[in-house]
Design a protein around this ligand. Sequence first.
Ligand code: TRP
Ligand code: ZN
Length: 526
Amino acid sequence: MLSRALPIATAVALLAAACGDTAVDEVLDTAPATSAAVTTTTQDTAPATTEPPTTSAPTTTTAAEEPEPGATPAPEELPAPEELPAPTTTLPPTEAEGLGDSLYPFLGNGGYDVLHYEIDLDVNPAVNAISASTTIEAVAVEDLETFNLDLSGLQVHSVAVDGSAAEFSRSGHELSIQPANSLTASSAFTVNVVYSGFPEPLDDPGVPFFRSGWTQREGVIFTASEPSGSMTWFPSNNHPTDKATFEIAIVVPEGLVAASNGLLTSETTTGGRTTFVWRMDDPMATYLAAVYIGDFERIDSGLLYEGGPLLRDYVPSDSPPEVVDALAVTPDVITFLEEMLGPYPFDVYGTMVMPFELGFALENQTLSLHGNDTVISWIIAHEVAHQWLGNSVAPDDWSEIWMNEGFATYLHLMFQSAEAGTDFNDDMANLHAQLVGAGIGPPRGIVLEDLFGPSVYYRGAATLHALRLHTGDETFFEILRTHYDRSAGGTTNTAEFLALVDEMAGLDAVDLVESWLYDEAIPDAL
Ligand code: TRP
Ligand code: ZN
């Protein structure tokens, strides 16, 4: 168990240990010891599962039960938890259907392209229940008699396609829908799913340090869904290749704050309940969709510059001033990154601070999740860097994760070095020595358990530095900027990046990057 847990624990610890005055050269040395401390808080709730679960018997429901589109039961009418069937979804499911991702073949669904999600969540935080409706606007890319959405746990009450009740059945996380009239290629359609229940995070072997998805803890609800967990709270085409815009409306008891991605478009209180409506107008991968509910205070910092992003953070109402002070670095981080990558990709940015330790942070689009232990400049820089690389430009397969984490790590290390006034080349040479010392393998060809391990984060970052030393700064930053520009709002992969390297720096540069990405041995000194 320990050896399995170590790679991610090490990565988390690397991130944690690299903070403050710990020099980069100590990072890998200190990793294992620090990792134990960093991960204890999550291990209780997140038993590392590396064995495929065998207990997920498929459950089937048919539309005949209650096809009543639009009838969302109030949370108070929900059955008590013990009356509900136990959550059936674990990963991988018994029946694999999906888009053929190389690490998560069963995630997502083919046959259609989602354009927009409208998610209405009525939340009863006292019992952690939701009563919900999700309406999806999509286009069929082929003739469809049936199609699937991904949804884990919860009870589906009705499904309607283009306003007409549709047959549906469930098996593992697959919600299969048979519209009354089959859909023709290129036609637009809407599907509405009415559902309710007690959302449960799921065991995703890619994130053994955390149960993925909807989470309630210490009076707060938050979502941390990378890579698979968004299906614990809304039905979707759950893969980053199918990005869409979102409108998320959250109803909570008056006095609580509900936050999500993008801009808050309205906040209305009636009868002791407040509805917060959030809109994400730029394409977003499902794993970055966020819900945060708690006793939070908003800290407004206005626009970064005229026409620039709106900056606001959320902190627990009783946060000590140090937490608020630590957030003040955000404008500098964005400015630093804009100089390298071009304008910040979205309308708004902020940090959402939990009233407890998390040991990590997550780049939920425009409102990153942080624990009160991870409000630290370089972690803020890491999550902000993801807004360009990871969020605006998403991986087209989960095996491409180094293109999120390696790039974000490289950029946060640059920020950290600039902030500390250290010599960046020296810092990276130290990192190289540490990678060699720890025998860190290549970031490509990883197994699921190493998805968020040090190969991806730190050897990924060192790969970029090796390229930079080879090409010189000017070409390197042109490559970085062009890489972002070409895929902004979409997805990318290593092959596209290598083609760009070839175009701008030639085959020797490609060979070098390939040896960093694929060879077991770490190439010679940076
Ligand atoms: N992407 C996160 C980061 O490095 C790490 C991460 C992946 C994560 N999956 C997660 C964090 C799930 C919390 C929960 O910034
Ligand atoms: Zn990251």
